[in-house]
Design a protein. Structure first.
Lengths: 413, 311
């Protein structure tokens, strides 16, 4: 295991509930209530859980966008909560964030060049002034966007392209950790795949460590090395991707995984599905003892009284951390290794989109079509077409921006 | 309706062509893009032209007329428009055309100075209250409410009467500006506060904070550009309103007073001849309305141009 780069120590965030005319504090919403984990250099830690379980608050606490009620985040041995303003500025270079909604995470009044260039203006010593524009174009190229679009505004891009811009801003300062707060939840499935593939490619090239917050179990499984499952502000289970998905020991994880749809119609109704009763309790008044005991089929007297700790518990093959008194493995999801199979050629390939090749192709295509168009007035619309897998050429036919001449150019290669 | 549509189409084509060469080299900023959009808009040129003429009038009134606006020919009192006096003469026998030209100065000065003062004071208080939040916000908002509750004219009368009396032209202007500013800042502060609160939780503001941007930088490059549009629109409309308020105060006899020249004073003096000699009322009122209209039109054009989504 590589060294620990970031460690959350018993993070707690309570929001006061104020009522009445005098705005007295009558209670607390326990959004995050004692979460600890560690992140190793270059790995991806997935955080899953249902809405309102405190995932996003956790991300904001790690970014120090909010101060925790107690607990701390330690980055490379330095406690962030105690860092001075100057130290914090330097720390911010190493931890960056990508937000969920690509429609609100980019300032609509700044050009893409200004948005991605802003990190360099805040930290002027990273890149000298003269080299910033070139660096921004390099970043655009890296995330698979046309570097010529540096002067465009965010609203001229699609959702997937905007998220790429958000990622480019996040990696501009060469951070060591990138907190991704549901980075693909707002995108449709085909675009999700491209963004996730881009993130994997960037991790390989730049050695980033990700904290990948999401509620989509399959996306998290795809990208993560280790996975943490959250329930009502607490970590229920934490282990490697295989441990959590194949040998879940916490009843909540088991229930969650059993709800994952299986894309095989012959298995319909044949597999075991754990249906939980009741709703998630209010985080303002969480249950005593184990937070899951109100909905757990294994719950006993001890669960109401004593809170189970997140410690290593046997999972049949080895052991991994789980916060359940009665932790025992229960395989839920059958995993079939398909990596040796030949992909069906009738479908789009799952390969990583190669932005460099695409950018080159687009550049040459746009140049050709610019010549073809003569006045150049239409040609510029062409490079907007991004974010589709190569080989999926049918997309061009329905493109109302593409003119006849351009389509011809696109199809020829 | 068809003309603007054609206009828009041709504009899009032009923007497309611009992209073709502009995409690669030159850097473009929000304001340069706004200018590019504005200069294609005929409304901009009409309103800007009118404002330019009014400003020119207030700076060099002698460019427009050789007649002395303070030269009264009583025997020609209430004379109808003729080749000698284009807009006729009022009850004192003054040349109405000359007085309309010279009256622009008071209106433009009061309008511009009040708007600038209100935007600076109200805007700063609004940004501060909206960004800080908590008890600072509550305190500033309640103080604003106190001023908001005072009726504009009543408040202005009290302030103008309680300030030392003077006949100095500039001093009276400053007094009127002060009175309107004291009563006018809460509306801009409220507007600014609400748009700052609307913009502040956006992810791009959080992203800038996560990058380590200072509060000043966050306000300057993220919050203000996105929160300013309603303030620009409302303050240009208010500018027209302040010009009207100055005229009202002069009309009531507590703003500028004769021998100073103002549209308000002339409108007030023309009331006696409303039925017999309406031209005495018509021309100063026309100038007043045109000035108010020009600023409102300009505000509208600027708002459209500043919003990249409209392009």
């Amino acid at each position: 295991m590589t060294e620990v780069i970031l460690e959350a120590r018993d993070l707690v965030k309570h929001y006061p509930i104020k009522t009445g005319i005098l705005r007295r504090t009558t209670g607390h919403v326990k959004a995050v209530d004692g979460v600890s984990f560690e992140l190793h250099r270059g790995e991806t830690l997935g955080i899953v859980g249902e809405s309102g379980c405190g995932k996003s608050t956790l991300g904001r606490l790690i970014m120090r966008l909010e101060e925790p009620t107690s607990g701390s985040v330690v980055f490379e041995g330095q406690e962030m909560q105690k860092a001075s303003t100057g130290d914090m500025r330097t720390l911010r270079r190493d931890i960056q964030i990508v937000f969920q909604d690509p429609y609100t995470s980019l300032n609509p009044r700044m050009t893409v060049g200004d948005i991605i260039g802003e990190p360099f203006e805040i930290h002027p010593d990273v890149v000298p002034k003269g080299g910033r524009r070139a660096r921004v174009q390099e970043l655009l190229d890296l995330v698979g966007l046309n570097p010529e679009h540096i002067n465009r505004y965010p609203h001229q891009f699609s959702g997937g392209q905007r998220q790429r811009i958000g990622i480019a801003r996040g990696i501009a300062l060469n951070p060591k950790v990138l907190v991704c707060d549901e980075p693909v939840s707002a995108l449709d499935v085909s675009v999700q795949a491209q963004v996730v593939n881009l993130m994997e490619k960037l991790q390989n090239e730049l050695g980033l460590a990700y904290i990948f917050i999401a509620h989509d179990l399959s996306v998290v499984r795809h990208i993560s090395d280790r996975v943490g499952v959250m329930y009502l502000g607490k970590m229920a289970e934490l282990g490697t991707e295989d441990e959590v998905y194949q040998l879940p020991t916490h009843p909540y994880t088991q229930a969650l995984l059993s709800a994952v749809p299986v894309p095989d119609p012959t298995l319909r109704g044949k597999r075991q599905q754990i249906v939980l009763v009741g709703d998630v309790p209010s985080p303002a008044n969480p249950p005593s003892g184990c937070r899951f005991h109100t909905r757990c089929w294994k719950a006993q007297e001890v669960c109401k009284v004593e809170e189970p700790q997140l410690v290593d518990r046997p999972d049949g093959e080895g052991q991994h951390r789980s916060a359940c008194h009665f932790a025992e493995p229960r395989p839920i999801v059958d995993t079939v290794d398909v990596s040796h199979l030949e992909p069906d050629e009738r479908f789009a390939t799952p390969e990583v989109v190669d932005p460099e090749a695409r950018a080159e192709r687009e550049m040459s295509a746009s140049e050709e079509s610019r010549i073809a168009a003569g006045d150049g007035s239409e040609a510029v619309e062409l490079p907007r077409e991004h974010g589709s897998t190569p080989g999926d050429e049918t997309r061009l036919v329905g493109n109302d921006e593409g003119q006849g001449g351009e389509e011809g150019h696109r199809r020829q290669p | 309706m068809t003309e603007p549509a054609i206009e828009a189409v041709s504009e899009q084509k032009a923007v497309g062509a611009l992209d073709a060469r502009g995409d690669v080299g030159e850097a473009r900023s929000l304001w340069s893009d706004a200018w590019r959009a504005m200069r294609k808009n005929p409304m901009f040129w009409i309103s800007a032209g009118m404002i330019a003429v009014f400003i020119l009038m207030s700076v060099w009134p002698s460019l427009f007329t050789n007649t002395d606006p303070a030269y009264a020919i009583l025997e020609r009192s209430r004379e109808r428009p003729n080749s000698n006096a284009w807009f006729g003469r009022n009850i004192q026998g003054y040349d109405i055309y000359a007085r309309c030209i010279y009256g622009a100065r008071a209106s433009i000065l009061v309008g511009l100075m009040t708007t600038i003062a209100v935007v600076l004071v109200g805007g700063a208080i609004g940004v501060f209250a909206g960004y800080k939040g908590g008890w600072v916000d509550s305190l500033l908002s309640r103080i604003g409410d106190v001023f908001f509750a005072i009726p504009l004219l009543l408040g202005a009368i009290i302030i103008l009467v309680s300030l030392p009396r003077t006949t100095n032209y500039w001093f009276i202007i400053i007094k009127v500006v002060l009175a309107l500013m004291v009563l006018g800042w809460p509306s801009i502060a409220r507007l600014m506060r609400s748009s700052v609160i609307q913009v502040k939780p956006n992810d791009y503001v959080q992203a800038a904070r996560a990058l380590g941007a200072s509060p000043w930088r966050v306000i300057r490059s993220h919050i203000l550009p996105n929160a300013l549009a309603p303030v620009i629109v409302v303050s240009t409309i208010n500018l027209g309103g302040y010009i009207a308020a100055e005229a009202t105060l002069s009309f009531l006899g507590i703003g500028l007073q004769s021998p100073a020249i103002s549209w308000g004073i002339d409108i007030s003096a023309a009331i006696v001849g409303l039925r017999t000699t309406p031209h005495m009322l018509l021309y100063p009122s026309l100038f007043l309305s045109l000035a108010v209209l020009a600023f409102i039109m300009l505000g509208d054009v600027v708002r459209d141009a500043l919003d990249p989504k409209n392009r």
